[in-house]
Design a protein around this ligand. Sequence first.
Ligand code: ADP
Ligand code: MG
Length: 464
Amino acid sequence: HWSRICERLKAEVGEVEYRTWLRQITVGPVEEDEITLYLPTRFLRDWVRGQYGDRLGTLWNAEVPAIRRVELQVARPGAAPATPPTDGAEAPATLAAARGDAAPRPAAPAPVAEEPRHAEVRSDLAAPLDPRFTFDTFVVGKPNEFAYACARRVAERPSSPGFNPLFLYGGVGLGKTHLMHAIGAELLREGRVSVAYMSAEKFMYRFIAAIRSQSTMEFKEQLRSVDVLMIDDLQFLIGKDNTQEEFFHTFNALVDAGRQIVVSADKSPSDLSGLEDRLRTRLGCGMVADIHATTFELRISILEAKASASGVIVPAKVLEFLAHKITSNVRELEGALNRLIAHANLFGRPVTLEATQDVLHDILKAHDRRVTIEEIQRKVAEHWNIRLTDMSSARRARAVARPRQVAMYLAKQLTSRSLPEIGRKFGNRDHTTVMHAVTRVTELMEQDPAFAEDVELLRRMLES
Ligand code: ADP
Ligand code: MG
């Protein structure tokens, strides 16, 4: 059975992946509906479980229907069955003995053939930087100006006290990777320092590969020889305790040696539950910079910059339309604009609002909000703890008037209702009142980040 499963896996994942991870598996005992598979180290076990666990279960079940579960355990390859494995708690032999299990012990796997040591770990420590991601191409606005300033500062003077580590965090597609690459590009342009940039996932992959090829010392030395180490999307290390441990040591060694660390994640250090406390503490020790959700204004600036770089003339009306419709993240916004530009270039036709709606039909549909004004009123009233009836009442007290204005603003943004229609739903108010509300809320959001955050939060809740 196993050799057939192996053939399937090899066909699915490719020779290299198969050789790196899956070939290390040894088949253990079957107990009721569960089969135990052994891997030589915890790292391999965790990796295989995370990457291939479900697939292994499915394949075994297809091969032997009685098997419904796959248990992955650590066992030293080549160890005689009776030898207690190193990881006591996870020792299959001990466990089986304790259960009085009569199932056959795993046969000693054939000795792993000597493989040529791979040069992969030493060859390309730094992932290539995307040449498009520079400080010049990063559009700065209220939501990202602090993170931008910190990134610039680190690129100018790495390892300044107070800026080490630099921890950048924010939602998907808001520019974390862009800023990290920009730091790298700037430092390399100056040519004074060595830089290593990689995703946390790659870090883990490299680390495990180093263990496998018994070159962890070299890996560590390489890491510890860089002046600036940047690790992207650190949240990937949640639950990967061994890699976290290794990262923590590398981190400490580098900071102690006066090197700069830059890390990004989707949450702040304190919200990254699942990372070890001491690591979170150290991550929060330098500069922590948040990239906030984009505002309408920033989206417009980004679109303007990208449109003008493309050389295609995109009317302001189209840019505004896109900035209103696609609010989730910059990547999607960019994707939509790129498609428009490609289309214009291909057919040599000017970009119009009609053409936009046509070309981006599918994207826009996904972003179509079917939120009703009533829903908006309800959510906003709940949020500020006022009565729903006050959305249409004549009361002018600020505590009531401000939420009402926010609800009007959101109604304008999230529905396709006209100003007079919106006015009618708010106690028959005039369309100029709605217009005023939209302007006022926009102004306030620019002046008061906390307020802007509130409104964006409401918007996100309504959109989801
Ligand atoms: P994250 O890493 O936070 O998920 P990225 O850095 O990959 O996001 O950004 C997604 C895309 O949006 C990239 O193409 C990036 O260049 C672009 N982008 C994000 N923020 C900005 C910005 N402020 N100015 C210009 N482009 C941006
Ligand atoms: Mg990223």
